[in-house]
Design a protein around this ligand. Sequence first.
Ligand code: G6Q
Length: 541
Amino acid sequence: MPRQILTEMKEWAALKKHYGEIKDVTLKSMFESDGRRAGKFTVDCCGLHVDYSKNRITEHTVSLLIGLAEACGLKDEIERMFRGEKINATEGRPVLHTALRNIDGGPVMVDGHDVMPGVRAVLGRMREFSDSVRNGVWKGYTGRPIKNIINIGIGGSDLGPCMVTEALKFYSQRDLRSFFISNVDGTQIVETLQGLDPEETLFIVASKTFTTQETMTNAATARQWIVDALSSDKAVPFHFVALSTNLDEVKKFGISDENKFEFWDWVGGRYSLTSAIGLSIMISIGYDNFISLLKGFQEMDNHFRTAPFEGNIPVILALLGVWYNNFFGCETYAVLPYDQYLHRFPAYLQQGDMESSGKCVDRSGRRVNYQTGPIVWGEPGTNGQHAFYQLMHQGTKLIPADLIGFARSLNETGDHHRKLMANLFAQAEAFAFGRDDAEARAAGVAPDLLPYKVFEGNRPTTVILAERLTPAVLGKLIAMYEHKFFTQGIIWDIYSFDQWGVELGKELAGRILPELGPGGTSDLKHDDSTNRLIDFFRRYQ
Ligand code: G6Q
């Protein structure tokens, strides 16, 4: 039976009414009237300190939002995911990235079969392989140890490994260099290979399907580079490994059984970095750190599965997301990590959220009559402060933001870290409380400039702190957002784990390609604009 339409639920109506009552209440007044507000809206758990008190909510808002989550059956839906039910219905698959980090947990059944022995076996092979590359036992074709690791993949087979490798660079083996090639634009591979020695270079071809145009094109170019440089096809097994669910295609590419690392169709691309897709991460940071990362994920998975909603970090973040997206009408939210190592984190979350929640049809096939996924964007602080924060402070749009920071730096250098964190705290404070007329006057602002130098404030932020950026903390942060996306998908009643829009792109590019090559002609097959664009391109070939 189709679920009741979200906007027809009584819990939705209650929230709508409540929004009307609260929309003009300022954060300033909320803090003034309750000196213990921060304590009421903070969750300290799993080594994370999540302060969501600078959001435009009251305790009543939270309880209404939790009521909505309950009415949407969130508790059961969480269990259905963890139990391996086929909740990715449009692809007919379970969603079990949580099994990948259930390393010391019990069986996880898919079609009557426990997937955990397979998960542990692949992890064991990744360990052997990454150790052998790290300690120089794995040799290239000419007998030289590997120094350069190049992951070739795109989307979920690139963003996760790349983000984590960057985030955990502090823990990396410094004589190994990691590179990521994703774009089919030949510029990326040409520029990446500049100056690299093929004898010391290992390619990891990461593709769930092993048919993705960009990845296969880059892999073929890399293969040619190795074969040309080392003058033999026989060099390929020494310089290529594959990560895939499509073992037949891997074989066709010429990668042998011992050089392939399997994962499974119940691992979604954007949720795959804890599968074999994380091999480049493991080579960079080593097996033990990789396990710490998985344990961080696992701790957050357990928290999400068991914590009551009022103290459940991913649930709280998701409810805030729904609150702003659907009631305040916010179109976007920003992720602002105050840590340079996390510079790819917003881009990673952008995919995770926007592919998962970029849907307009509900799970009963009906066009939704409410907003679903927001636009996600961000940059590390403090860089963003000198770029787009202006609009966040004084523009006409309301942009909720997550500010992420750490009490201790991994690179203590003078007073850099104190300055960094002073900025984080000051920005969150300014977003919330702004600067009113009297404060501006007291700060010496000339009367004619007052309208420009007054800051309304009332801009919501959530501040997420941890002691230090460790592999385990990173695992928790990633899993926290993964489960946030899941929760929002349940409330919006959408399928979070398919991505037909991505598949469309793969199909369309293949259709026009022959028209651009030698002898190709558009033959006026398209609309007038597309025909002309193709003609322009062909004129210069
Ligand atoms: C992720 C998406 C998508 C996918 C890429 C690469 O969830 O499905 O980003 O990861 O299109 O696909 P392959 O791994 O199959 O090459």
